[in-house]
Design a protein around this ligand. Structure first.
Ligand SMILES: Nc1ncnc2c1ncn2[C@@H]1O[C@H](COP(=O)(O)OP(=O)(O)O)[C@@H](O)[C@H]1O
Ligand SMILES: [Mg+2]
Length: 626
């Protein structure tokens, strides 16, 4: 419940609409009661043959405050209308029409402002959830699946929306109207109101009972439907096994059982639904007859007019709808409370990687990147990196090689501080990455990984990711250096082609070169390439390789590769094995040393050396790619 109230707190920004909601709802209640009170003169004056005399006798009985006020106001209004339009007998009807039109205009206003308020709040809530998700570090996404997050943003917010934008407005309107009507009924006939109020629970009991049973039954029927689809699903997926084992009869029997149970559950739910109306009609008739019996004696004794009684009956009827609404809201509210709890769980989730107090803005790489005695584990005590020491001096290229699972990608993720190390430090420009702001640190780093992430946007926007109004020259320069310009021009709309669009399939090499163009456009001093070429065929790799070399020029680069060609030119090669550096040196030194590196090379763990195919012209790559 606390969390649902927090949702309301999110709505505080739309205070103006709250005011409109309150005012228009109050006006609806006023108009409703006003129109209700006009029933009395309609019956007593307009419809009764001896209207005038009865009205006199009715007017003789003093009415309590509310009814007499309403009478006074409607008398004034009638006089006003009469004076302007000279309408005679139809004056009263005109006034009723005005009241009903007013009620509906305000109903529209009330519902519209509730919708505006609810939907805007739900929008804010979604934005809040997404902002919270954007702040999180990879640790969070490792623990929380994307399906769960999807469900929070889509389903849970929808439940809150239902309660807030639809039911909550009904509830509020019902409550306000109900208060107005009850006040009117009590004022009209205190005695009768008290009796009805005491008897109402008796009359409403079957309604509540039916609703509860129906809910349980329809839930059961859904469960049975679930059983049914499970059998179906199993059968379809396991059809070969079923047929091979001659189990068709058995499966058919199983399915019959499921459909039969579903049939019964369904039928029971329907029975309750069908019984609802007749029972309600009988209960209602009993109540109405009792009321009429009472009223006939009162009217005969002159204590009440037909108009009074009609207004009372109509008021009761008008009070019933709000009561029904209250019940519906209860269900929606329960769902929304649970949903908002889950939503705020996402919003409140503490962030483990964030700017520490006093974090400074990194101005540049300084003397390079350094890992100093780094110990790192994703989960407690399972060390992935042990006492790792390495340095990438400014403008140099260091290559990291080693078997899969050695911890290479982990190193790549520590430099932009996607994770914090347990011991030791990662330094950029001589400063511990934990002491600099995330934005400035990550602003210095370009990352190209094995899986290329492109966004559902134009080629241009993907290259100039996150920049508004990028200059076309710079984008083209980046694309050219990434060997992407030519194939981009052949796309249906060139740089304005939207990447996610159906029918457009880019090859792995093309996607990778777009990612490289993106890194080139960002022009970061530090570059991290994590197996940027490993998912490509040999032909595309050559082009991507050349693009990468353009990208690496003059940058402080960490390159993780499983291809010899990529690491050959590195200033230093580090061989990582189970989180430790087991060898380091230049390409030549390492081969001569005939250690782990030489072994990796001979085992083809590092593939694509001197025997890699020669560069191929752009066209042939395009054809193979599409
Ligand atoms: N998010 C993670 N959570 C837990 N363990 C991880 C995570 N990412 C990688 N690992 C583990 O850390 C080790 C090193 O992984 P990684 O750095 O990806 O190796 P490499 O890139 O050299 O193949 C592996 O044992 C891997 O299972
Ligand atoms: Mg890896």
């Amino acid at each position: 419940m606390r969390h649902f109230l927090r949702v309301l707190w999110v709505a505080r920004r739309h205070a103006a609409w709250v005011l409109l909601v309150i005012v228009s709802m109050a006006m609806v209640a006023c108009a409703t009661v006003f129109a209700l009170n006009l029933i009395r003169p309609i019956y007593d004056n307009l419809l009764s043959p001896g209207g005038a005399s009865r009205a006199v006798s009715a007017a003789a009985t003093p009415k309590p405050f509310l009814v007499s006020r309403l009478d006074a106001v409607s008398a004034q209004a009638q006089a006003w209308i009469q004076a302007r339009l000279g309408t005679g007998r139809s004056t009263l009807l005109l006034l009723v029409l005005v009241a009903i039109v007013a009620k509906n205009v305000f109903t529209f206003l009330a519902r519209y402002s509730v919708a505006q308020l609810g939907l805007a709040t739900v929008r804010d809530l979604r934005d809040l959830v997404f902002d919270a998700v954007l702040r999180q570090s990879p640790r969070y996404f490792h623990d929380v699946s994307s399906g769960v997050l999807m469900s929070r943003v889509v389903n849970d917010v929808r439940l809150v929306q239902e309660a807030l934008a639809e039911r909550f407005g009904d509830l509020l309107q019902s409550s306000v109207t109900l208060i107005g009507i009850l006040a009117y009924l009590f004022s009209l006939n205190l005695h009768l109101s008290l009796v009805v109020l005491l008897l109402a629970p008796l009359l409403l009991a079957p309604v509540v009972h039916f609703a509860r049973r129906l809910r349980r039954r329809s839930w059961q029927s859904q469960e049975r439907m679930g059983d049914l689809t499970t059998v179906l699903d199993e059968a379809v997926h396991g059809m070969k096994v079923i047929q091979a084992f001659g189990m068709e009869r058995f499966e058919a029997e199983r399915f019959r059982n499921a459909t039969q149970r579903h049939f019964w559950a369904n039928l029971r739910a329907r029975a309750i639904q069908i019984a609802n109306a007749p029972v309600m009609e009988i209960v209602g008739a009993v109540g109405a007859l009792a009321l009429i019996g009472y009223a006939s004696s009162r009217i005969a004794s002159g204590a009440m007019t037909i108009g009074d009684f009609s207004a009372f009956l109509l008021g009761l009827w008008a009070a019933y709808a709000p009561v029904k609404n209250l019940n519906q809201f209860n269900l929606a509210l329960q769902q929304a409370v649970v949903a908002s709890e889950r939503i705020f769980q996402v919003i409140d989730e503490p962030v483990d990687i964030l700017d520490l107090p006093g974090a400074v803005v990194l101005q540049g790489v300084g003397d390079g990147v350094e890992l100093e005695g780094v110990w790192f584990a994703y989960e407690d005590d399972a060390w992935v990196l042990s006492d790792l020491r390495m340095a990438i001096p400014t403008g140099r290229t260091v290559a990291l090689v080693g078997p899969s699972g050695a911890g290479k990608s982990t190193v790549a993720q520590l430099i932009p501080r996607f994770w914090d190390v347990q011991r030791g430090a990662v330094r950029v420009g001589g400063r511990d990455v934990r002491e600099s702001t995330l934005a400035s640190l990550r602003g210095l780093i370009g990352l190209v990984t094995q899986e290329t992430i492109l966004f559902n946007d134009t080629v241009r926007a993907n290259i100039a990711f996150g920049r508004d109004n990028p200059s076309q020259d710079r984008i083209e320069a980046a694309a050219r250096a990434a060997f992407a310009h030519d194939f981009i021009l052949q796309l249906p709309k060139g740089y304005d082609t939207v990447i996610g669009e159906s029918g457009l399939s880019l090859s792995g090499g093309q996607r990778q070169r777009l990612a490289i163009a993106r890194a080139l456009f960002k022009d970061p001093p530090i570059l991290i390439l994590d197996e940027a070429t490993s998912s490509l065929d040999a032909e595309s790799e050559r082009l991507v390789q050349e693009a990468l070399e353009n990208l690496m020029k003059g940058r402080t680069t960490l390159v993780i590769a499983h291809r010899l060609s990529t690491v050959r030119n590195a200033n230093e090669i580090l061989v990582l094995h189970e989180g430790r550096i087991v060898e380091r040196g230049t390409f030549r030194n390492l081969l001569e040393a005939d250690g782990v590196f030489a072994h990796l090379v001979s085992m083809h763990e590092l593939a694509g050396g001197d025997d890699a195919p020669p560069p191929v012209p752009e066209e042939s790559e395009e054809r193979s790619g599409s």
